[in-house]
Design a protein. Sequence first.
Length: 246
Amino acid sequence: MVSGLGSMTGPAQEGPRVIVALDYPSKVDALAFAGRVTPTLCRLKVGLELFTAAGPGVVGELTARGFDVFLDLKFHDIPTTVARACAAAARLGAWMLNVHAFGGVEMLEAARAALETSTTRRPLLIGVTVLTSHSAGTLQEIGLQTDPATQVLRLAGLVQAAGLDGVVCSALEAGILRIRFGTGFVLVTPGIRPASAASDDQQRTMTPLAAVRQGADFLVVGRPITQAPDPVVALEEINSQLYARL
Ligand code: C5P
């Protein structure tokens, strides 16, 4: 476990904090990256692009290599459909999976209940709050007269009330969420950008070290690693920033 975080530390984290987003167009590309790293360096995220292109079997191929897999499919549908999708995701061997908090408490509770009856190892169940690509302008566009931080706090309250393990949020909200919801609530933060990296389509970003200091448990990092001239060097650089300076 990383030391030096004091009261901001979330649930005791064994193993790597960095979850690399395998946003690749094919299984070949994703497995090529997985072949260059180890489960001690990072966990891996399978999102919509790779899952749609490669199919569910890619999850098993990655777990067979010893990786913890975050299945980032952001389920959002009627409660029964989401519950059944979560049970199916657990059977694939996902270590973590997520649902949209915008689905409401009944949907969130159905998702949690589906995992409790599952016979496989229960994955961490995380609620997506406000996407890190969204700004106050995006929320207004869809009819929400609020700012991202207020909306994240509101949705995180629903997620905790429904008994999920934590939320996906921007690192900008991690500090207040850690204070409000305590150390047992898992905070997963995308929108991570090393100081030298481009922000791409992300609006609410933070550096890896600053995010963990705010209270993030896990950092989802995609393009700053996968599009780097040498992805493994980029990953090792982030790890060394985290573990040398915490
Ligand atoms: O390339 P980049 O580091 O921006 O990738 C971020 C990853 O995190 C993407 O795979 C994206 O789908 C995911 N994500 C996000 N915002 C959320 C939840 C997931 O950017 N709220």
